[in-house]
Design a binder for this molecule. Structure first.
Ligand SMILES: NC(=O)CC[C@H](N)C(=O)O
Length: 389
């Protein structure tokens, strides 16, 4: 790796974190010189910062890591979940001075600086986390250019926040592209043909689909149902993504068109919320969301618990999942988050479509939920009605 220290001369300059409620914390600049505004959320993963920082679902958010030491194993470039850093800003207690890992290409601070991302270290992240947990996700500004405190507070309060904000179009692919299956078709003439609607996908989702014998065509979030169906898919995958699901206005009609055509459909996170909206349910904002890798989820059909990776600020209201009068027929809850009882999965009763609120691709995270990719493969083979139903 280049540069054994991630503190080039002159970069340990003062920086500030200012929340909309007036909370102001002093720290040290750990990334680019500048200022960033966004919704401030905390992530409880001990490790996995490269995947967290490159997760497009964090677009528009400032991420605070609750685990105090970050950067210990550097940045590999191989673990990135998208083409670059996606967070609006990053806040840590203690940034490692040295990356100690044979896979590291560079240090975390240097990477953030090169990517132009404002980051603050030496912050009392426990206080920050408690504030967010007590008051809910707060809008905030981080400043590493000597900004005036009153001005920063005004900027935090002027930020539009997440509710009603559509962000998928900011991170989706500009062009359609293909990812080939990474295993031979299992006794079939050709791999499954899966269309992935990219609302802000994470690369490991594509790897796992490819490893289940799927040739994947990734299409932009604005693709119409006709665009998708013209590719004659065996199945459709709805990715995760940033922002408020209820603001992704066109997606409901598109998903209804796909599901009504009888195409097996699997959604993750934003894709789950959008399937829920298409089914006729409502979504709502959680107080401070779930951002971490150890959330207990109960699979209601199997009566088992899986420890799962989560990153969401909104949720589907399970009480609004429809009966027979739903636009796609009845839908039911398949998974529940055991920490707070919120919905973690759904399936349509009469159509081959299911989705989960969390991240079975788990990058970073535990692998308990990988079976959902196998369920999707069974759905493609017509050997299941959604697997989790
Ligand atoms: N990871 C995701 O897809 C997040 C979905 C949505 N943006 C939310 O915050 O709830």
């Amino acid at each position: 790796m280049t540069g054994s220290s991630s503190w080039p001369a002159g970069t340990r300059s003062p920086a500030l974190v200012v929340l909309e409620d007036g909370t102001t914390l002093e720290g040290v600049s750990a990334g680019a010189v500048g200022r960033a505004a966004g919704e401030v959320v905390f992530n409880t993963a001990m490790a996995g910062y490269e995947e967290v920082l490159t997760d497009p679902s964090y677009h528009g958010q400032i991420v605070v890591m609750t685990a105090p030491q970050q950067g210990n194993y550097g940045v590999t470039d191989e673990d990135a979940e998208s083409a670059g850093v996606q967070v609006a800003g990053f806040v840590v207690r203690d940034l490692a001075r040295r990356a100690s890992n044979h896979r590291a290409r560079r240090g975390l601070g240097a990477w953030l600086t090169d990517a132009g991302i404002v980051a603050v270290s030496d912050v009392d992240t426990r206080l920050l986390t408690r504030r967010i947990r007590d008051r809910g996700a707060l809008r905030g500004v981080i400043d590493a250019e000597g900004g005036d405190r009153e001005e920063l507070l005004a900027q935090a309060r002027a930020h539009p926040g997440m509710e009603g904000t559509e962000l998928a179009s900011a991170v989706t692919t500009a062009e359609r592209y293909e990812v080939a299956a990474s295993v031979p078709p299992d006794g079939r003439e050709r791999p499954w043909r899966v269309v992935c609607v990219d609302f802000g996908l994470k690369r490991n989702q594509l790897r796992l689909l490819a490893s289940r014998g799927c040739d994947v065509t990734v299409v932009p979030s604005e693709a119409s149902a006709e665009d998708v169906l013209a590719l004659r898919p065996d199945g459709v995958f709805l990715s995760n993504g940033p922002g408020d699901p209820s603001a992704v206005l066109g997606a409901v009609r598109v998903i209804r068109g796909i599901v009504e055509a009888g195409v097996p459909t699997f959604g993750i996170c934003l894709g789950h919320q959008l399937l829920g909206l298409a089914a006729g349910a409502r979504s709502y904002k959680l107080p401070f969301g779930h951002h971490g890798v150890n959330q207990p989820v109960k699979n209601l059909a199997r009566d088992t618990v899986e420890i799962a990776s989560h990153n969401h600020g909104f949720a589907v209201d399970a009480a609004t999942l429809p009966g027979g009068d739903g636009p796609l027929g009845p839908a039911h809850e398949t998974h529940v988050n055991l920490n707070d009882g919120t919905n973690a999965g759904l399936a349509l009763d009469e159509r081959p479509a299911f989705s989960v609120q969390y991240h079975p691709e788990a990058a970073p995270g535990p692998h308990d939920s990988r079976y959902l990719f196998d369920e999707f493969a069974r759905l493609l083979a017509g050997r299941s009605n959604g697997g989790v139903a």
